[in-house]
Design a protein. Structure first.
Length: 212
Protein backbone atom coordinates (compact mmCIF):
# COMPACT_ATOMS: atom_id res chain seq x y z
CA UNK A 1 0.00 0.00 0.00
CA UNK A 2 1.18 3.50 -0.90
CA UNK A 3 -0.16 5.57 1.96
CA UNK A 4 -0.08 9.20 3.10
CA UNK A 5 -0.54 9.72 6.84
CA UNK A 6 -1.87 13.10 7.88
CA UNK A 7 -3.45 14.77 10.90
CA UNK A 8 -2.83 17.57 13.41
CA UNK A 9 0.33 17.70 15.55
CA UNK A 10 0.00 15.32 18.48
CA UNK A 11 -2.71 13.18 16.85
CA UNK A 12 -0.52 10.07 17.15
CA UNK A 13 0.64 9.78 13.53
CA UNK A 14 4.09 8.55 14.54
CA UNK A 15 2.71 5.75 16.71
CA UNK A 16 0.15 4.65 14.12
CA UNK A 17 2.85 4.85 11.42
CA UNK A 18 4.99 2.36 13.38
CA UNK A 19 2.02 -0.01 13.83
CA UNK A 20 1.08 0.20 10.13
CA UNK A 21 4.72 -0.26 9.10
CA UNK A 22 4.77 -3.67 10.83
CA UNK A 23 1.28 -4.63 9.66
CA UNK A 24 1.86 -3.68 6.00
CA UNK A 25 5.56 -4.55 5.81
CA UNK A 26 6.51 -1.19 4.28
CA UNK A 27 8.78 1.72 5.26
CA UNK A 28 7.61 4.94 6.92
CA UNK A 29 9.15 7.88 5.12
CA UNK A 30 9.56 11.09 7.14
CA UNK A 31 9.96 14.25 5.09
CA UNK A 32 12.21 15.85 7.69
CA UNK A 33 14.57 12.88 7.64
CA UNK A 34 14.51 12.80 3.82
CA UNK A 35 15.51 16.44 3.69
CA UNK A 36 18.34 16.00 6.19
CA UNK A 37 19.63 12.92 4.32
CA UNK A 38 19.59 14.69 0.94
CA UNK A 39 21.56 17.59 2.43
CA UNK A 40 24.01 15.30 4.25
CA UNK A 41 24.65 13.26 1.09
CA UNK A 42 24.99 16.52 -0.89
CA UNK A 43 22.81 15.33 -3.77
CA UNK A 44 22.05 18.01 -6.36
CA UNK A 45 18.59 18.59 -4.92
CA UNK A 46 20.03 18.40 -1.39
CA UNK A 47 22.48 21.21 -2.17
CA UNK A 48 19.61 23.26 -3.56
CA UNK A 49 17.49 22.69 -0.46
CA UNK A 50 20.44 23.60 1.78
CA UNK A 51 20.79 26.96 0.02
CA UNK A 52 17.19 27.88 0.82
CA UNK A 53 17.52 26.75 4.45
CA UNK A 54 20.78 28.67 4.92
CA UNK A 55 19.05 31.78 3.57
CA UNK A 56 16.25 31.29 6.11
CA UNK A 57 13.69 30.47 3.42
CA UNK A 58 11.20 27.63 3.07
CA UNK A 59 12.23 24.89 0.66
CA UNK A 60 10.03 25.35 -2.45
CA UNK A 61 7.40 22.73 -3.29
CA UNK A 62 9.11 21.56 -6.49
CA UNK A 63 12.38 20.92 -4.62
CA UNK A 64 10.58 19.02 -1.83
CA UNK A 65 8.65 16.94 -4.38
CA UNK A 66 11.91 16.02 -6.12
CA UNK A 67 13.44 14.92 -2.78
CA UNK A 68 10.33 12.82 -2.04
CA UNK A 69 10.39 11.33 -5.56
CA UNK A 70 14.05 10.33 -5.28
CA UNK A 71 13.44 8.71 -1.87
CA UNK A 72 10.38 6.79 -3.08
CA UNK A 73 12.41 5.42 -5.98
CA UNK A 74 14.63 3.51 -3.50
CA UNK A 75 14.27 -0.33 -3.37
CA UNK A 76 12.67 -0.36 0.11
CA UNK A 77 9.67 1.55 -1.29
CA UNK A 78 9.06 -0.83 -4.22
CA UNK A 79 6.20 -2.65 -2.44
CA UNK A 80 4.70 0.46 -0.87
CA UNK A 81 5.42 3.17 1.71
CA UNK A 82 3.89 5.38 4.38
CA UNK A 83 4.55 9.07 3.71
CA UNK A 84 4.53 11.13 6.92
CA UNK A 85 4.86 14.92 6.94
CA UNK A 86 4.23 15.50 3.24
CA UNK A 87 2.26 16.94 1.54
CA UNK A 88 1.50 19.85 3.90
CA UNK A 89 -0.41 22.02 1.41
CA UNK A 90 -2.80 21.43 -1.49
CA UNK A 91 -0.14 22.82 -3.84
CA UNK A 92 2.27 20.11 -2.63
CA UNK A 93 -0.42 17.45 -3.06
CA UNK A 94 -0.99 18.56 -6.66
CA UNK A 95 2.76 18.72 -7.30
CA UNK A 96 3.09 15.15 -6.01
CA UNK A 97 0.43 14.05 -8.50
CA UNK A 98 2.07 15.99 -11.33
CA UNK A 99 5.37 14.24 -10.52
CA UNK A 100 3.69 10.88 -11.18
CA UNK A 101 3.78 9.63 -7.58
CA UNK A 102 0.86 7.21 -7.18
CA UNK A 103 -0.98 7.12 -3.85
CA UNK A 104 -3.47 4.38 -2.89
CA UNK A 105 -4.89 5.88 0.30
CA UNK A 106 -4.66 9.01 2.41
CA UNK A 107 -5.34 8.35 6.10
CA UNK A 108 -6.50 11.35 8.12
CA UNK A 109 -6.24 10.91 11.89
CA UNK A 110 -8.76 13.29 13.47
CA UNK A 111 -8.54 14.55 17.07
CA UNK A 112 -10.32 17.62 18.51
CA UNK A 113 -8.14 20.67 19.18
CA UNK A 114 -8.96 20.69 22.92
CA UNK A 115 -7.71 17.11 23.29
CA UNK A 116 -4.53 17.89 21.30
CA UNK A 117 -3.73 20.85 23.58
CA UNK A 118 -4.43 18.74 26.68
CA UNK A 119 -2.39 15.80 25.36
CA UNK A 120 0.69 17.77 24.23
CA UNK A 121 0.80 20.18 27.18
CA UNK A 122 0.89 17.13 29.48
CA UNK A 123 4.09 15.83 27.86
CA UNK A 124 7.38 16.00 29.72
CA UNK A 125 10.85 14.73 28.86
CA UNK A 126 14.00 14.05 30.87
CA UNK A 127 16.51 16.89 30.57
CA UNK A 128 19.36 14.34 30.71
CA UNK A 129 18.36 11.20 28.78
CA UNK A 130 15.33 12.47 26.84
CA UNK A 131 12.97 9.74 28.15
CA UNK A 132 9.32 10.69 27.46
CA UNK A 133 6.66 11.07 30.16
CA UNK A 134 3.11 12.36 30.45
CA UNK A 135 1.74 13.85 33.68
CA UNK A 136 -1.68 12.36 32.84
CA UNK A 137 -1.02 8.97 31.25
CA UNK A 138 2.64 8.09 31.95
CA UNK A 139 3.73 9.59 35.25
CA UNK A 140 7.17 9.07 36.78
CA UNK A 141 7.41 7.27 40.14
CA UNK A 142 8.61 10.53 41.73
CA UNK A 143 7.05 13.75 40.44
CA UNK A 144 9.42 15.74 38.20
CA UNK A 145 12.17 13.10 38.30
CA UNK A 146 13.13 10.59 35.56
CA UNK A 147 12.71 6.94 36.56
CA UNK A 148 15.71 5.90 34.44
CA UNK A 149 18.47 8.37 35.28
CA UNK A 150 17.13 10.71 37.97
CA UNK A 151 17.24 13.72 35.67
CA UNK A 152 14.82 16.64 35.94
CA UNK A 153 11.66 16.39 33.81
CA UNK A 154 11.02 19.45 31.66
CA UNK A 155 8.35 20.71 29.28
CA UNK A 156 9.53 21.36 25.73
CA UNK A 157 8.96 24.87 24.38
CA UNK A 158 6.75 23.58 21.57
CA UNK A 159 4.52 21.80 24.15
CA UNK A 160 3.42 25.07 25.81
CA UNK A 161 -0.37 25.61 25.18
CA UNK A 162 0.07 28.89 23.22
CA UNK A 163 2.64 27.29 20.90
CA UNK A 164 0.45 24.21 20.41
CA UNK A 165 -2.50 26.44 19.43
CA UNK A 166 -0.30 28.28 16.91
CA UNK A 167 0.76 24.94 15.38
CA UNK A 168 -2.88 23.87 15.20
CA UNK A 169 -3.85 27.15 13.50
CA UNK A 170 -1.16 26.56 10.83
CA UNK A 171 -2.43 22.99 10.37
CA UNK A 172 -6.06 24.14 9.90
CA UNK A 173 -5.09 26.89 7.48
CA UNK A 174 -2.52 25.07 5.35
CA UNK A 175 -2.85 21.30 5.72
CA UNK A 176 -6.51 20.60 6.43
CA UNK A 177 -7.67 21.80 2.96
CA UNK A 178 -5.83 18.76 1.51
CA UNK A 179 -8.68 16.70 3.02
CA UNK A 180 -11.09 18.02 0.34
CA UNK A 181 -8.53 17.47 -2.43
CA UNK A 182 -8.08 13.77 -1.61
CA UNK A 183 -11.78 13.26 -0.79
CA UNK A 184 -12.63 14.39 -4.33
CA UNK A 185 -10.12 11.85 -5.68
CA UNK A 186 -11.91 9.15 -3.66
CA UNK A 187 -8.84 7.99 -1.71
CA UNK A 188 -9.41 9.68 1.68
CA UNK A 189 -9.93 7.46 4.74
CA UNK A 190 -10.72 9.09 8.10
CA UNK A 191 -10.02 7.54 11.51
CA UNK A 192 -10.89 9.08 14.88
CA UNK A 193 -8.06 9.30 17.39
CA UNK A 194 -9.20 7.99 20.79
CA UNK A 195 -7.81 8.24 24.30
CA UNK A 196 -6.80 4.56 24.29
CA UNK A 197 -4.15 3.52 21.75
CA UNK A 198 -5.87 0.20 20.99
CA UNK A 199 -9.10 2.03 20.09
CA UNK A 200 -7.30 4.40 17.70
CA UNK A 201 -5.46 1.44 16.14
CA UNK A 202 -8.78 -0.37 15.62
CA UNK A 203 -10.28 2.75 13.99
CA UNK A 204 -7.28 3.04 11.66
CA UNK A 205 -7.48 -0.64 10.67
CA UNK A 206 -11.22 -0.28 9.96
CA UNK A 207 -10.73 2.93 7.92
CA UNK A 208 -8.10 1.21 5.75
CA UNK A 209 -10.03 -2.07 5.51
CA UNK A 210 -7.22 -4.05 7.14
CA UNK A 211 -9.21 -5.90 9.80
CA UNK A 212 -7.86 -6.33 13.33
Amino acid sequence: MKLILMGPPGAGKGTQGEILEKKLGVSTISTGLMLRTAIKEQTEVGKLAEQYINDGKLVPDDVMVEIVKQRLAQPDCANGFILDGFPRTTAQAKALDDAGVEIDKVLLLEVEDEKIVERLSSRRECSKCGAPYNIVSKRPAVEGICDSCGGELIQRKDDVPETIQNRLNVYHEQTEPIKSYYAEKGILAVAKGEEELKDTTANVAAALGLGE
